[in-house]
Design a protein around this ligand. Structure first.
Ligand SMILES: Nc1nc2c(ncn2[C@@H]2O[C@H](COP(=O)(O)OP(=O)(O)OP(=O)(O)O)[C@@H](O)[C@H]2O)c(=O)[nH]1
Ligand SMILES: [Mg+2]
Length: 225
């Protein structure tokens, strides 16, 4: 979306914007580029936030929900829909101040083993080496829980998290859980991430949208923390 240049945003306090401002910041998202391999990714100076998780966990749908755009990222019932790293720019008045990265999912059974291994390698390289990566959102379908591949990924990024990389687990499709199932899923995921940040999210019910938006805004604007 290209919003017309308007009056400049109200000045923000040192604690950052309201949830509404964070939500409207995410609405500025526009397609930047698609990279089938790591070497195709542009070098960027702005903070990048990656969405990772099992195939079909809801990464692309989450990006569409957070950015309030129907088809920015391609979501599909068919697992394996996202097959390259897709980047989306964020920022008011056309000035990019952050980038979202939608990554292909992992763990989809029908993908040939060699392709799977190749992709795991690409993703591990991306997470370990991408210089402007400031945060990772791991999408987990709480009905499946964290899988072995999710745990491997946690191990891969652990050194970077210890060095300051931000990390959030979003338990997706929360609309499919009742309250006690949701609480149970939250406690299990908190144990598995050793006390890391875990939140419920539903694209269908728009649950967790404001919280996640504010968090991402702060990740991208650490000077306001
Ligand atoms: N009920 C419900 N369904 C959802 C929600 N989020 C995603 N889905 C559905 O889950 C399926 C997969 O969603 P995607 O967003 O394409 O998943 P993905 O993680 O991007 O999948 P890959 O690109 O294959 O890795 C789609 O049928 C979505 O409609 C949600 O919050 N609630
Ligand atoms: Mg996808």
């Amino acid at each position: 979306m290209n919003s017309p240049p308007g009056p400049s945003a109200p000045s923000t306090s040192t604690t950052g914007p309201s949830a509404a401002q964070a939500v409207s910041w995410l609405h500025t998202a526009r397609f930047l580029t698609t990279a089938p391999r790591l070497e195709h990714l542009p070098e960027l100076e702005v903070p990048e936030i990656a969405f990772v998780g099992r195939s079909n966990a809801g990464k692309s749908t989450c990006i569409n929900t957070l950015t309030q755009q129907k088809r920015l990222a391609f979501a599909s019932k068919t697992p394996g829909r996202t097959q390259a790293i897709n980047l989306f720019s964020l920022g008011k008045q056309g000035v990019t101040d952050a980038v979202l990265a939608d990554l292909p999912g992992y763990g989809y059974a029908a993908v040939p083993k060699l392709d799977k291994l190749r992709w795991q390698q690409v993703m591990a390289n991306y997470l370990v080496t991408r210089p402007n990566l400031v945060g990772v959102v791991m999408m987990v379908d709480p009905r499946h829980g964290m899988t072995e591949l999710d745990e491997i990924l946690l191990e891969v990024i652990r050194p970077r998290v210890e060095a300051g990389l931000k990390f959030l687990v979003l338990l997706t499709k929360a609309d499919k859980l009742n309250r006690s199932e949701a609480n149970k899923a939250l406690s299990i995921a908190r144990l598995q991430t050793a006390g890391g940040e875990v939140k419920l999210f539903s694209a269908l019910k728009k649950q967790g949208v404001e919280e996640a938006s504010l968090l991402l805004w702060h990740w991208a604007h650490p000077e306001t923390a």
